[in-house]
Design a protein. Structure first.
Lengths: 148, 324
Protein backbone atom coordinates (compact mmCIF):
# COMPACT_ATOMS: atom_id res chain seq x y z
CA UNK A 1 0.00 0.00 0.00
CA UNK A 2 1.31 3.41 -0.85
CA UNK A 3 1.84 6.02 1.79
CA UNK A 4 1.66 9.77 1.84
CA UNK A 5 3.27 12.02 -0.76
CA UNK A 6 7.02 12.33 -0.25
CA UNK A 7 7.63 15.32 -2.50
CA UNK A 8 4.95 17.79 -3.42
CA UNK A 9 7.48 20.46 -4.31
CA UNK A 10 8.92 21.34 -7.71
CA UNK A 11 9.65 18.39 -9.97
CA UNK A 12 13.08 17.94 -11.59
CA UNK A 13 13.81 20.54 -14.26
CA UNK A 14 14.82 17.96 -16.85
CA UNK A 15 11.50 16.14 -16.43
CA UNK A 16 9.58 19.38 -16.90
CA UNK A 17 11.49 20.21 -20.09
CA UNK A 18 11.09 16.67 -21.40
CA UNK A 19 7.30 16.87 -20.93
CA UNK A 20 7.11 20.36 -22.45
CA UNK A 21 9.10 19.41 -25.58
CA UNK A 22 7.36 16.07 -26.05
CA UNK A 23 3.86 17.57 -25.75
CA UNK A 24 4.79 20.57 -27.94
CA UNK A 25 6.00 18.20 -30.70
CA UNK A 26 2.88 16.07 -30.29
CA UNK A 27 0.56 19.08 -30.62
CA UNK A 28 2.52 20.67 -33.49
CA UNK A 29 2.49 17.46 -35.55
CA UNK A 30 -1.21 16.93 -34.79
CA UNK A 31 -2.23 20.43 -35.85
CA UNK A 32 0.01 20.86 -38.89
CA UNK A 33 -0.29 17.30 -40.19
CA UNK A 34 3.41 16.53 -39.86
CA UNK A 35 4.34 12.86 -40.20
CA UNK A 36 7.37 12.23 -37.99
CA UNK A 37 6.52 8.65 -37.10
CA UNK A 38 5.57 7.78 -34.40
CA UNK A 39 4.40 11.39 -34.13
CA UNK A 40 1.64 11.89 -36.64
CA UNK A 41 -0.86 14.38 -38.03
CA UNK A 42 -3.87 12.18 -37.04
CA UNK A 43 -5.49 12.47 -40.49
CA UNK A 44 -7.78 9.50 -39.95
CA UNK A 45 -10.60 9.48 -42.51
CA UNK A 46 -10.56 13.26 -42.17
CA UNK A 47 -11.07 14.07 -45.89
CA UNK A 48 -14.64 14.24 -47.08
CA UNK A 49 -15.70 11.35 -49.34
CA UNK A 50 -18.27 11.70 -52.07
CA UNK A 51 -20.58 9.33 -53.86
CA UNK A 52 -18.25 9.46 -56.83
CA UNK A 53 -15.25 7.17 -56.39
CA UNK A 54 -11.99 6.73 -58.20
CA UNK A 55 -10.21 3.50 -57.58
CA UNK A 56 -7.28 1.58 -58.99
CA UNK A 57 -7.67 -2.06 -59.90
CA UNK A 58 -5.30 -4.60 -61.38
CA UNK A 59 -6.20 -7.43 -63.73
CA UNK A 60 -3.99 -10.37 -64.54
CA UNK A 61 -3.94 -11.54 -68.16
CA UNK A 62 -3.91 -15.24 -69.13
CA UNK A 63 -2.19 -16.62 -72.31
CA UNK A 64 -5.62 -16.55 -74.00
CA UNK A 65 -5.97 -12.85 -73.20
CA UNK A 66 -8.62 -13.32 -70.53
CA UNK A 67 -8.46 -10.75 -67.71
CA UNK A 68 -9.12 -11.65 -64.07
CA UNK A 69 -9.26 -9.14 -61.19
CA UNK A 70 -6.32 -9.42 -58.81
CA UNK A 71 -7.13 -8.92 -55.12
CA UNK A 72 -4.00 -7.69 -53.45
CA UNK A 73 -5.16 -9.11 -50.13
CA UNK A 74 -4.42 -12.51 -51.69
CA UNK A 75 -0.73 -11.52 -51.93
CA UNK A 76 1.75 -11.32 -49.01
CA UNK A 77 1.65 -8.12 -46.90
CA UNK A 78 4.73 -6.67 -48.61
CA UNK A 79 2.77 -6.47 -51.87
CA UNK A 80 -0.50 -5.06 -50.51
CA UNK A 81 0.39 -1.37 -50.88
CA UNK A 82 -1.22 -1.21 -54.35
CA UNK A 83 -4.11 1.17 -53.48
CA UNK A 84 -1.69 3.43 -51.58
CA UNK A 85 0.99 3.51 -54.28
CA UNK A 86 -1.18 3.85 -57.39
CA UNK A 87 -2.47 7.40 -56.79
CA UNK A 88 1.17 8.54 -57.16
CA UNK A 89 2.15 5.99 -59.80
CA UNK A 90 1.98 8.35 -62.75
CA UNK A 91 4.59 10.61 -61.16
CA UNK A 92 7.21 7.82 -61.01
CA UNK A 93 10.08 7.57 -63.48
CA UNK A 94 9.64 4.98 -66.30
CA UNK A 95 12.21 2.63 -64.78
CA UNK A 96 10.59 2.88 -61.33
CA UNK A 97 7.16 2.20 -62.86
CA UNK A 98 8.54 -0.86 -64.64
CA UNK A 99 10.20 -2.17 -61.47
CA UNK A 100 7.03 -1.63 -59.44
CA UNK A 101 4.89 -3.41 -62.01
CA UNK A 102 7.40 -6.27 -62.31
CA UNK A 103 7.36 -6.77 -58.53
CA UNK A 104 3.57 -7.21 -58.51
CA UNK A 105 3.61 -9.36 -61.65
CA UNK A 106 6.15 -11.80 -60.26
CA UNK A 107 4.14 -12.16 -57.06
CA UNK A 108 0.88 -12.56 -59.00
CA UNK A 109 2.52 -15.45 -60.85
CA UNK A 110 2.97 -17.26 -57.56
CA UNK A 111 -0.80 -17.54 -57.16
CA UNK A 112 -1.70 -17.69 -60.90
CA UNK A 113 1.05 -19.57 -62.74
CA UNK A 114 -0.25 -18.89 -66.26
CA UNK A 115 -0.26 -15.09 -65.94
CA UNK A 116 1.51 -13.38 -68.86
CA UNK A 117 0.82 -9.74 -67.98
CA UNK A 118 -0.72 -7.42 -65.45
CA UNK A 119 -2.79 -4.33 -66.30
CA UNK A 120 -3.62 -1.37 -64.09
CA UNK A 121 -6.91 0.42 -64.58
CA UNK A 122 -8.21 3.67 -63.19
CA UNK A 123 -11.86 2.98 -62.48
CA UNK A 124 -14.41 5.63 -61.77
CA UNK A 125 -17.95 4.95 -60.59
CA UNK A 126 -20.84 6.14 -58.48
CA UNK A 127 -21.40 4.21 -55.28
CA UNK A 128 -25.17 4.36 -55.81
CA UNK A 129 -27.21 2.74 -57.26
CA UNK A 130 -26.28 -0.70 -56.04
CA UNK A 131 -26.75 -4.09 -57.62
CA UNK A 132 -26.87 -6.33 -54.57
CA UNK A 133 -23.76 -5.78 -52.47
CA UNK A 134 -21.78 -4.07 -55.26
CA UNK A 135 -22.11 -0.83 -57.26
CA UNK A 136 -24.41 -1.27 -60.24
CA UNK A 137 -21.68 -0.55 -62.81
CA UNK A 138 -18.45 1.39 -63.28
CA UNK A 139 -18.75 4.72 -65.07
CA UNK A 140 -15.41 4.50 -66.79
CA UNK A 141 -12.40 2.24 -66.85
CA UNK A 142 -9.13 3.50 -68.32
CA UNK A 143 -6.05 1.36 -68.88
CA UNK A 144 -3.13 3.27 -67.39
CA UNK A 145 -0.25 0.81 -67.39
CA UNK A 146 0.62 -2.76 -68.29
CA UNK A 147 3.68 -4.94 -68.03
CA UNK A 148 4.61 -8.45 -69.04
CA UNK B 1 0.09 41.39 -22.53
CA UNK B 2 -2.92 40.30 -20.49
CA UNK B 3 -3.64 37.48 -22.97
CA UNK B 4 -0.02 36.35 -22.73
CA UNK B 5 -0.22 36.23 -18.94
CA UNK B 6 -3.47 34.30 -19.12
CA UNK B 7 -1.87 31.78 -21.50
CA UNK B 8 1.16 31.35 -19.24
CA UNK B 9 -1.19 30.92 -16.28
CA UNK B 10 -3.14 28.25 -18.14
CA UNK B 11 0.02 26.35 -19.09
CA UNK B 12 1.15 26.65 -15.49
CA UNK B 13 -2.07 25.06 -14.25
CA UNK B 14 -1.70 22.19 -16.73
CA UNK B 15 1.90 21.68 -15.66
CA UNK B 16 0.97 21.66 -11.98
CA UNK B 17 -1.64 19.00 -12.75
CA UNK B 18 0.89 16.89 -14.66
CA UNK B 19 3.48 17.08 -11.88
CA UNK B 20 1.20 16.28 -8.96
CA UNK B 21 2.21 13.27 -6.89
CA UNK B 22 1.14 9.94 -8.35
CA UNK B 23 0.92 6.34 -7.35
CA UNK B 24 3.92 4.09 -8.09
CA UNK B 25 1.53 1.16 -8.50
CA UNK B 26 -0.60 2.98 -11.07
CA UNK B 27 2.56 3.73 -13.05
CA UNK B 28 3.74 0.13 -12.71
CA UNK B 29 0.36 -1.04 -14.02
CA UNK B 30 0.83 1.17 -17.09
CA UNK B 31 4.28 -0.36 -17.62
CA UNK B 32 2.95 -3.92 -17.33
CA UNK B 33 -0.09 -3.32 -19.54
CA UNK B 34 1.66 -1.39 -22.31
CA UNK B 35 4.61 -3.81 -22.42
CA UNK B 36 2.36 -6.86 -22.63
CA UNK B 37 0.35 -5.14 -25.35
CA UNK B 38 3.54 -4.37 -27.29
CA UNK B 39 4.79 -7.95 -26.84
CA UNK B 40 1.59 -9.30 -28.39
CA UNK B 41 1.63 -6.78 -31.23
CA UNK B 42 5.33 -7.30 -32.02
CA UNK B 43 4.92 -11.09 -31.99
CA UNK B 44 2.68 -10.95 -35.08
CA UNK B 45 3.99 -12.40 -38.37
CA UNK B 46 3.24 -9.06 -40.09
CA UNK B 47 6.81 -7.79 -39.87
CA UNK B 48 8.40 -10.92 -41.31
CA UNK B 49 5.88 -10.76 -44.14
CA UNK B 50 7.12 -7.25 -44.95
CA UNK B 51 10.79 -8.23 -44.80
CA UNK B 52 12.59 -8.52 -48.09
CA UNK B 53 9.93 -6.54 -49.95
CA UNK B 54 11.12 -5.57 -53.49
CA UNK B 55 12.79 -2.19 -53.32
CA UNK B 56 10.41 -0.66 -55.87
CA UNK B 57 7.50 -1.06 -53.42
CA UNK B 58 9.29 0.53 -50.45
CA UNK B 59 7.76 3.90 -49.49
CA UNK B 60 9.57 5.06 -46.33
CA UNK B 61 8.53 7.97 -44.16
CA UNK B 62 10.21 9.61 -41.16
CA UNK B 63 13.37 7.86 -39.93
CA UNK B 64 12.75 4.93 -42.29
CA UNK B 65 14.19 7.10 -45.07
CA UNK B 66 17.57 6.14 -43.64
CA UNK B 67 16.97 2.69 -45.20
CA UNK B 68 16.80 2.29 -48.96
CA UNK B 69 14.83 -0.96 -48.82
CA UNK B 70 12.81 -3.03 -46.39
CA UNK B 71 15.21 -4.85 -44.00
CA UNK B 72 15.92 -8.53 -44.61
CA UNK B 73 14.08 -11.35 -42.84
CA UNK B 74 17.14 -12.16 -40.73
CA UNK B 75 17.37 -8.63 -39.38
CA UNK B 76 13.63 -8.42 -38.76
CA UNK B 77 13.53 -11.74 -36.92
CA UNK B 78 16.47 -10.72 -34.73
CA UNK B 79 14.83 -7.38 -33.86
CA UNK B 80 11.51 -9.11 -33.20
CA UNK B 81 13.06 -11.64 -30.81
CA UNK B 82 15.01 -8.93 -28.94
CA UNK B 83 12.03 -6.57 -28.78
CA UNK B 84 9.51 -9.16 -27.59
CA UNK B 85 11.97 -10.46 -24.98
CA UNK B 86 12.62 -6.88 -23.82
CA UNK B 87 8.86 -6.24 -23.63
CA UNK B 88 8.33 -9.30 -21.45
CA UNK B 89 11.28 -8.42 -19.20
CA UNK B 90 10.04 -4.83 -18.90
CA UNK B 91 6.52 -6.04 -18.11
CA UNK B 92 8.02 -8.16 -15.34
CA UNK B 93 9.98 -5.15 -14.15
CA UNK B 94 13.40 -6.73 -14.78
CA UNK B 95 16.05 -4.13 -15.64
CA UNK B 96 13.20 -1.85 -16.76
CA UNK B 97 15.48 1.16 -17.20
CA UNK B 98 17.21 -0.81 -19.97
CA UNK B 99 14.58 -3.24 -21.24
CA UNK B 100 11.79 -0.66 -21.66
CA UNK B 101 13.80 1.59 -24.02
CA UNK B 102 15.06 -1.49 -25.93
CA UNK B 103 11.47 -2.74 -26.31
CA UNK B 104 10.34 0.69 -27.51
CA UNK B 105 13.17 1.04 -30.02
CA UNK B 106 12.39 -2.41 -31.40
CA UNK B 107 8.70 -1.50 -31.68
CA UNK B 108 9.61 1.78 -33.37
CA UNK B 109 11.75 0.00 -35.96
CA UNK B 110 9.22 -2.75 -36.71
CA UNK B 111 6.27 -0.36 -36.95
CA UNK B 112 8.41 1.97 -39.04
CA UNK B 113 8.53 -0.89 -41.54
CA UNK B 114 4.76 -1.23 -41.46
CA UNK B 115 4.33 2.49 -42.09
CA UNK B 116 6.60 2.31 -45.16
CA UNK B 117 4.09 0.67 -47.49
CA UNK B 118 2.59 3.84 -48.95
CA UNK B 119 0.93 5.82 -46.17
CA UNK B 120 1.32 6.36 -42.41
CA UNK B 121 -0.16 3.41 -40.51
CA UNK B 122 -1.71 4.52 -37.26
CA UNK B 123 -2.68 1.12 -35.84
CA UNK B 124 0.15 0.98 -33.28
CA UNK B 125 0.85 4.69 -32.92
CA UNK B 126 -0.97 5.10 -29.64
CA UNK B 127 0.92 2.54 -27.50
CA UNK B 128 4.18 3.73 -29.07
CA UNK B 129 3.48 7.35 -28.09
CA UNK B 130 2.04 6.46 -24.68
CA UNK B 131 5.21 4.59 -23.69
CA UNK B 132 7.49 7.56 -24.45
CA UNK B 133 6.94 9.30 -21.05
CA UNK B 134 7.58 5.99 -19.29
CA UNK B 135 10.96 5.41 -20.92
CA UNK B 136 12.98 7.32 -18.35
CA UNK B 137 10.59 7.03 -15.41
CA UNK B 138 10.90 4.83 -12.30
CA UNK B 139 8.23 2.41 -13.50
CA UNK B 140 9.50 -0.67 -11.70
CA UNK B 141 9.65 0.50 -8.06
CA UNK B 142 6.65 -1.73 -7.28
CA UNK B 143 4.95 -4.71 -8.91
CA UNK B 144 8.24 -5.85 -10.38
CA UNK B 145 10.75 -8.63 -9.93
CA UNK B 146 13.45 -6.08 -9.10
CA UNK B 147 11.36 -4.60 -6.26
CA UNK B 148 10.52 -8.09 -4.97
CA UNK B 149 14.17 -9.12 -5.20
CA UNK B 150 15.38 -6.08 -3.27
CA UNK B 151 12.45 -6.35 -0.81
CA UNK B 152 12.03 -2.61 -0.83
CA UNK B 153 9.10 -1.11 1.08
CA UNK B 154 6.42 0.35 -1.19
CA UNK B 155 7.38 3.95 -1.96
CA UNK B 156 5.12 6.87 -1.16
CA UNK B 157 3.21 8.93 -3.69
CA UNK B 158 5.55 11.17 -5.62
CA UNK B 159 5.53 13.46 -8.64
CA UNK B 160 8.18 11.08 -10.05
CA UNK B 161 5.35 8.56 -10.48
CA UNK B 162 2.70 11.09 -11.44
CA UNK B 163 4.02 12.92 -14.48
CA UNK B 164 4.82 9.94 -16.74
CA UNK B 165 1.32 8.53 -16.41
CA UNK B 166 -0.45 11.88 -16.78
CA UNK B 167 1.67 12.80 -19.81
CA UNK B 168 0.74 9.46 -21.40
CA UNK B 169 -2.94 10.13 -20.58
CA UNK B 170 -2.73 13.54 -22.26
CA UNK B 171 -1.24 11.93 -25.36
CA UNK B 172 -4.01 9.33 -25.55
CA UNK B 173 -6.84 11.82 -24.96
CA UNK B 174 -5.10 14.25 -27.33
CA UNK B 175 -4.83 11.61 -30.07
CA UNK B 176 -8.58 11.15 -30.06
CA UNK B 177 -9.16 14.90 -29.86
CA UNK B 178 -6.90 15.69 -32.82
CA UNK B 179 -8.41 12.85 -34.87
CA UNK B 180 -11.78 14.59 -34.46
CA UNK B 181 -10.30 18.09 -34.74
CA UNK B 182 -8.72 17.31 -38.13
CA UNK B 183 -12.01 15.89 -39.40
CA UNK B 184 -13.72 19.17 -38.56
CA UNK B 185 -10.89 21.34 -39.91
CA UNK B 186 -10.52 19.44 -43.20
CA UNK B 187 -14.14 18.52 -43.84
CA UNK B 188 -16.27 20.73 -41.62
CA UNK B 189 -19.67 19.65 -40.28
CA UNK B 190 -20.23 17.85 -43.60
CA UNK B 191 -18.13 15.06 -42.09
CA UNK B 192 -21.23 13.91 -40.22
CA UNK B 193 -24.02 15.89 -41.95
CA UNK B 194 -23.34 14.58 -45.47
CA UNK B 195 -23.25 10.98 -46.65
CA UNK B 196 -19.49 10.89 -45.94
CA UNK B 197 -19.51 7.89 -43.60
CA UNK B 198 -21.85 5.98 -45.92
CA UNK B 199 -19.44 6.47 -48.83
CA UNK B 200 -16.48 5.41 -46.65
CA UNK B 201 -18.23 2.18 -45.69
CA UNK B 202 -19.51 1.39 -49.17
CA UNK B 203 -16.05 2.06 -50.65
CA UNK B 204 -14.34 -0.14 -48.06
CA UNK B 205 -16.73 -2.97 -48.79
CA UNK B 206 -16.40 -2.51 -52.57
CA UNK B 207 -12.61 -2.68 -52.24
CA UNK B 208 -12.77 -6.04 -50.43
CA UNK B 209 -12.91 -9.44 -52.15
CA UNK B 210 -15.95 -10.27 -50.00
CA UNK B 211 -18.58 -7.58 -49.33
CA UNK B 212 -18.65 -6.42 -45.70
CA UNK B 213 -22.27 -7.06 -44.77
CA UNK B 214 -22.42 -4.87 -41.67
CA UNK B 215 -20.89 -1.91 -43.55
CA UNK B 216 -23.45 -2.28 -46.34
CA UNK B 217 -26.28 -2.59 -43.82
CA UNK B 218 -25.23 0.57 -41.97
CA UNK B 219 -24.46 2.52 -45.15
CA UNK B 220 -27.89 1.57 -46.44
CA UNK B 221 -29.56 3.37 -43.51
CA UNK B 222 -28.63 7.07 -43.83
CA UNK B 223 -30.07 8.12 -40.46
CA UNK B 224 -28.11 5.43 -38.63
CA UNK B 225 -24.93 6.35 -40.55
CA UNK B 226 -25.35 10.04 -39.65
CA UNK B 227 -25.89 9.13 -35.99
CA UNK B 228 -22.76 6.93 -35.92
CA UNK B 229 -20.71 9.68 -37.61
CA UNK B 230 -21.94 12.32 -35.13
CA UNK B 231 -21.27 10.02 -32.18
CA UNK B 232 -17.76 9.25 -33.47
CA UNK B 233 -16.95 12.94 -33.72
CA UNK B 234 -18.43 13.65 -30.30
CA UNK B 235 -16.41 10.89 -28.62
CA UNK B 236 -13.19 12.03 -30.29
CA UNK B 237 -13.57 15.75 -29.63
CA UNK B 238 -14.80 15.37 -26.06
CA UNK B 239 -12.27 12.69 -25.04
CA UNK B 240 -9.96 15.15 -23.19
CA UNK B 241 -12.81 15.65 -20.68
CA UNK B 242 -11.58 12.49 -18.96
CA UNK B 243 -8.48 14.39 -17.87
CA UNK B 244 -10.36 16.72 -15.55
CA UNK B 245 -13.71 14.96 -15.18
CA UNK B 246 -12.60 11.49 -14.07
CA UNK B 247 -16.09 10.03 -13.97
CA UNK B 248 -16.41 10.78 -17.68
CA UNK B 249 -14.07 7.84 -18.23
CA UNK B 250 -16.97 5.53 -17.36
CA UNK B 251 -18.43 6.75 -20.66
CA UNK B 252 -15.33 7.39 -22.76
CA UNK B 253 -13.37 4.18 -22.14
CA UNK B 254 -16.26 1.91 -23.23
CA UNK B 255 -17.10 4.41 -25.99
CA UNK B 256 -13.65 4.24 -27.60
CA UNK B 257 -13.64 0.46 -27.22
CA UNK B 258 -17.00 0.34 -29.05
CA UNK B 259 -15.71 2.81 -31.65
CA UNK B 260 -12.77 0.57 -32.52
CA UNK B 261 -14.91 -2.56 -32.46
CA UNK B 262 -17.26 -0.83 -34.91
CA UNK B 263 -14.33 0.14 -37.16
CA UNK B 264 -13.19 -3.48 -37.21
CA UNK B 265 -16.66 -4.83 -37.95
CA UNK B 266 -17.43 -2.36 -40.75
CA UNK B 267 -14.00 -1.66 -42.24
CA UNK B 268 -11.81 -4.57 -41.15
CA UNK B 269 -9.26 -2.11 -39.74
CA UNK B 270 -7.54 -3.28 -36.57
CA UNK B 271 -7.32 -0.45 -34.04
CA UNK B 272 -7.49 -2.74 -31.02
CA UNK B 273 -4.15 -1.36 -29.78
CA UNK B 274 -5.78 2.06 -29.38
CA UNK B 275 -8.67 0.69 -27.33
CA UNK B 276 -6.36 -1.39 -25.14
CA UNK B 277 -4.03 1.57 -24.55
CA UNK B 278 -6.99 3.65 -23.34
CA UNK B 279 -8.10 0.84 -21.02
CA UNK B 280 -4.58 0.37 -19.64
CA UNK B 281 -4.10 4.08 -18.90
CA UNK B 282 -7.54 5.22 -17.79
CA UNK B 283 -8.51 2.34 -15.51
CA UNK B 284 -7.01 2.79 -12.01
CA UNK B 285 -5.50 -0.67 -11.74
CA UNK B 286 -4.03 0.07 -8.31
CA UNK B 287 -7.53 0.74 -6.98
CA UNK B 288 -8.88 -2.31 -8.80
CA UNK B 289 -6.15 -4.39 -7.15
CA UNK B 290 -7.04 -2.96 -3.73
CA UNK B 291 -10.71 -3.63 -4.32
CA UNK B 292 -10.01 -7.21 -5.33
CA UNK B 293 -7.81 -7.67 -2.29
CA UNK B 294 -10.45 -6.24 0.01
CA UNK B 295 -13.15 -8.27 -1.69
CA UNK B 296 -11.18 -11.41 -0.86
CA UNK B 297 -11.28 -10.33 2.78
CA UNK B 298 -15.00 -9.58 2.56
CA UNK B 299 -14.49 -5.79 2.82
CA UNK B 300 -15.59 -4.29 -0.45
CA UNK B 301 -15.21 -0.49 -0.64
CA UNK B 302 -18.02 1.59 -2.11
CA UNK B 303 -18.12 1.60 -5.87
CA UNK B 304 -17.68 5.36 -5.98
CA UNK B 305 -14.09 4.88 -4.83
CA UNK B 306 -13.48 3.32 -8.19
CA UNK B 307 -13.42 6.59 -10.10
CA UNK B 308 -11.53 5.69 -13.23
CA UNK B 309 -8.83 8.30 -12.79
CA UNK B 310 -7.64 10.38 -9.90
CA UNK B 311 -6.32 13.65 -11.26
CA UNK B 312 -5.69 15.33 -7.92
CA UNK B 313 -2.85 13.40 -6.38
CA UNK B 314 -4.34 9.93 -6.83
CA UNK B 315 -6.59 10.29 -3.78
CA UNK B 316 -8.27 6.95 -4.31
CA UNK B 317 -4.90 5.21 -4.24
CA UNK B 318 -4.54 6.17 -0.59
CA UNK B 319 -8.09 5.22 0.27
CA UNK B 320 -9.92 8.55 0.12
CA UNK B 321 -13.12 8.66 -1.90
CA UNK B 322 -12.68 10.12 -5.36
CA UNK B 323 -13.74 13.73 -5.34
CA UNK B 324 -15.31 13.93 -8.80
Amino acid sequence: MTGTPDDVGRPPTHARWFVRIFLALFVACSIFGIELFPLTGFRLFSRLRTEHRIMWVADTVSPSGQETPLWFTDLPRAYQGFPLIMPHFEGLSPSWKAATCAAWLSEARRIRRQVVAIRFYRVSWRILPRAGDRPASPESRALKYACR
Amino acid sequence: MRAGKALVGRFGRVERWIFQPGSPRRLAAARIGLCLLLAIRLGRPLYLQLAGQPRALFRPISFMRAFHAMPSAGVVLAVQVIAVTACLLAAAGAFARLTLPVAWLGALFLNGMWTSVGQPMHNDTLPLLAIVPLLFAPTADVWSVSAAWKRRPAPALSSRYGWPLRTAMIVVAGSYFFSGFNKLVLSGPAWFLSGNLRWIMYANSDGSPQPIKLAILLAGHPVAAHAVAAMTLLVELACPLVLWKPRAAWFFVPAVAMLHLGIWLTMRLDYSAWALTAIILFVPWDVVADRRGLAALGRIPPLRQLALIQPRGDQAAVGAPASN
